[in-house]
Ligand binder design. Structure first.
Ligand SMILES: Nc1ncnc2c1ncn2[C@@H]1O[C@H](COP(=O)(O)OP(=O)(O)OP(=O)(O)O)[C@@H](O)[C@H]1O
Length: 336
């Protein structure tokens, strides 16, 4: 089995004030894009700073492609775009990237080709000779991305890479990251932009109060959240109880309701207390794991003499999932 790009075991950083992150164990395969989500103050930046060797863990261990974090070997494999960056305002964009190339001990002749190519790649080709003080926030963020990529790293850590970008800039950054992924690079993305994680990442973790709440493949997490809707005729509350008992699922009346076949609007109350229940056409909803489960439920509905008019599913967007999972928890993601 190949060595994982990132492997952490119970990695913990506890600041003097008790904050930080605790017992984070994840594995990220080579060439994977991993999304790290969490509300403000959850501990995402702390975790990344440990991986790139900027702060020392309180306990636990971690390795990058088999090399202990903090070692020169591990550092030589990575590129890092910090969340709070500040570049020398008096330098030109080209000079800033050149400086980073020199810090990586890149030969001048190699850097002379690499720097303009990188500036072009991040959309600063025309502005490389302008001073940083004339750059917008978005341009500075792209400059940061060029610096993070200067040594052609195997693993790229990006802490909120699109926070200062407009929607077009975000799409351009996403395209750059997609190309890096195609080239087999590993991407670790801290982001509040859930759509970014949804579109780019294979797997993800949700951090809150310094601990991982959930993790898995993005598609798995979303599949678990798929809501199915069944439009049925001949519905009675008794049948719903029966279905719940048989399936162990939480089947309920959907807020999306239909006209009854006699043209009257069904309300939830009418269905519980009304008279014309045999004629009721309603939408039922339930969270299901798979299409097989939906097929099984279809069969039960028909077996019970109800008419099945339509089946549809609504996939919860990652954003809804995030808000639903984190709401009700400490909003700032910090421990009490
Ligand atoms: N040097 C420090 N000393 C003490 N506490 C710190 C330090 N750095 C961060 N913290 C605290 O640790 C917790 C996690 O912070 P961190 O910056 O890692 O969170 P985050 O998830 O990256 O948040 P954000 O999305 O706002 O950047 C916060 O409560 C923060 O106040």
């Amino acid at each position: 089995m190949s060595v994982p790009a990132i492997e952490t075991r119970a990695l913990t950083k506890e600041y003097n004030n008790g904050r930080g992150c605790r017992d984070v164990s994840i594995t990220v395969g080579k060439g994977e894009a991993f999304g790290f989500l969490g509300p403000n103050g959850a501990g995402k930046s702390t975790f990344v700073k440990m991986l790139v060797g900027l702060i020392t863990p309180s306990s636990g261990s971690a390795a990058l492609l088999g090399y202990k974090i903090g070692s020169l070997a591990a550092k030589s494999l990575i590129g890092y775009l910090p969340e709070l960056y500040r570049y020398q305002e008096w330098m030109t964009g080209e000079e800033v990237v050149e400086l980073h190339a020199r810090l990586c001990r890149m030969e001048r002749s190699v850097a002379a080709k690499r720097v303009p190519a990188l500036l072009e790649e991040v959309g600063l080709g025309q502005r490389g000779r302008d001073r940083v003080k004339h750059y917008s926030k978005g341009m500075q963020q792209r400059l940061g991305l060029a610096c993070a990529l200067v040594n052609d790293p195997e693993i790229i850590f990006l802490d909120e890479p699109s926070s200062a970008l407009d929607p077009i800039g975000r799409r351009e950054v996403r395209n750059i990251l997609e190309k890096l992924k195609e080239r087999g690079k590993t991407i670790f993305l801290n982001s509040h932009l859930l759509e970014e994680v949804e579109l780019l990442c294979d797997r993800m973790a949700l951090l809150n109060n310094g601990v991982i709440l959930r993790h898995g493949s993005v598609s798995e997490v979303l599949r678990k959240q798929t809501k199915w809707l069944f439009k049925v005729g001949g519905f009675t509350p008794f049948l719903r109880s029966w279905l719940n008992e048989q399936t162990g699922l939480h089947i309920r009346l959907s807020s999306r309701q239909e006209q009854s076949i006699h043209g009257e609007r069904n309300s939830v109350d009418q269905l519980h207390y009304g008279q014309s229940q045999d004629e009721s056409v309603v939408w039922l909803e339930a969270e299901l794991d798979s299409e097989e489960q939906a097929g099984w439920l279809n069969a039960l509905i028909v077996e019970q003499g109800m008419t099945l008019y339509e089946v549809t599913r609504e996939q919860e967007r990652l954003e809804e999932w995030f808000v639903n999972t984190v709401s009700g928890l400490d909003h700032r993601g910090e421990r009490e």
